[in-house]
Design a protein around this ligand. Structure first.
Ligand code: ZN
Length: 208
C-alpha cells in the first residue's frame, strides 16, 4: 500500500454480501459522525470515513477484543485509507452507470419479493384445500363409526410386533383392516415403505 493509514478511516472486511451503506452507517454512527462510506461489493470490504480521528479510534477500540457483527455476520476491523476519487465516483449518483445498476438491482429485488409472495400464497391455498379435504374425510369416517385408531402399525407394515418380540403384551390390535376404515392421515403409510430395514428406521416408525 502506497498510502499510510488515515486515522479517520476504518476498514471493514469480510462483510455480508447484502450489507448496505445504511448498515455500516448504523454500525458506525454511535461512535461519531460518519463522513463517507464506500462498499466494495465482490471483495466484501468497506471503508468507513469518520468526521474525526477520535471517533475512528473509539470504533476500533470498542471491538479490539471481540469482532463486531454487521448484518448478522462477524466482520474484521482495521485502520485503513480513504477511498480514492475514482472509487467514490463509482458509487456516486452522478455516475450514470451506478444509477443504472442500482435501479436494476432494486427492481429485481422487488420482483423477487412479489414472486416469492405469489408462490407462498399459491402453496397456502393448495394446503388449505388439502387440509379441508382431509378434515371432511375424517369427519365422514367419524360419523360412520368405522374409524380404527387401535391397530398395531408395526404388525401391519412389517409383520412383526416389537412389543411381542420383547415378550410384552401389545395394547394394539393385530388385525388387518380396510384402508378406508383408517384415519386419512395414516393411509399413506400403507402405500410404500420408503425406509426399508437396510436403510434406517423411518421417523414415523420411531414415533410409534
Ligand atoms: Zn403389536
Amino acid at each position: 500500500m502506497d498510502t499510510a493509514a488515515d486515522p479517520h478511516v476504518v476498514q471493514v472486511r469480510r462483510l455480508h454480501k447484502k450489507t448496505s451503506k445504511e448498515d455500516l452507517q448504523a454500525f458506525a454512527a454511535p461512535f461519531g459522525a460518519v463522513a463517507r462510506i464506500n462498499i466494495f461489493y465482490g471483495w466484501g470490504q468497506g471503508i468507513v470515513e469518520m468526521e474525526n480521528a477520535g471517533a475512528a479510534a473509539a470504533l476500533l477500540a470498542a471491538y479490539a477484543d471481540a469482532p463486531p457483527r454487521v448484518r448478522g455476520k462477524e466482520v474484521v476491523l482495521s485502520s485503513g485509507v480513504a477511498a480514492r476519487a475514482d472509487q467514490i465516483f463509482k458509487q456516486s449518483p452522478a455516475n450514470p452507470a451506478y444509477v443504472q445498476k442500482e435501479v436494476a438491482r432494486c427492481v429485481s429485488d422487488m420482483l423477487k419479493v412479489v414472486e416469492v409472495k405469489e408462490i407462498r400464497r399459491a402453496a397456502n391455498e393448495l394446503r388449505a384445500k388439502h387440509n379441508a379435504l382431509i378434515r371432511e374425510y375424517t369427519r365422514e369416517l367419524e360419523a360412520s363409526g368405522r374409524q380404527r385408531n387401535d391397530v398395531c402399525w408395526e404388525w401391519i407394515t412389517t409383520g412383526l410386533c416389537p412389543q411381542e418380540q420383547n415378550g410384552e403384551a401389545c395394547p394394539y390390535a393385530h388385525q388387518l383392516v380396510p384402508v378406508c376404515d383408517l384415519p386419512a392421515r395414516y393411509r399413506w403409510w400403507l402405500r410404500k415403505d420408503t425406509f426399508p430395514a437396510q436403510r434406517e428406521v423411518g421417523p414415523y416408525k420411531k414415533a410409534m
